[in-house]
Write a protein that binds this ligand. Structure first.
Ligand code: ZN
Ligand code: ZN
Length: 67
C-alpha cells in the first residue's frame, strides 16, 4: 500500500507517493502549503495523484483559489 499526496494549493502541481512505511509528509516542499493524503471532507485516502475531486464524496480536494 502507498500513500498518494497532492499539494492543497490550486496553483501547485506537486504530488508524490510514499510507501506505507515512509508515512505521510505534512507540507509541500515546493510551496509550503499543506499536503493532502486524504479527503478533507470525508477522510477517504487519495488514490490518484491527478485527482481534483474526491472519488468518495465528490467534493473539491484542493483549496479554492484566493482571488
Ligand atoms: Zn505545493
Ligand atoms: Zn471525500
Amino acid at each position: 500500500m502507498r500513500y498518494v499526496m497532492i499539494c492543497a494549493s490550486p496553483e501547485c502541481q506537486f504530488s508524490k507517493s510514499n510507501a506505507y512505511e515512509q508515512g505521510v509528509d505534512q507540507f509541500c516542499p515546493t510551496c509550503g502549503n499543506d499536503l493532502l493524503w486524504k479527503c478533507p471532507h470525508c477522510d477517504r485516502p487519495l488514490r490518484d495523484k491527478s485527482a481534483l475531486f474526491c472519488s468518495g464524496c465528490g467534493k473539491r480536494l484542493k483549496n479554492e483559489k484566493a482571488e
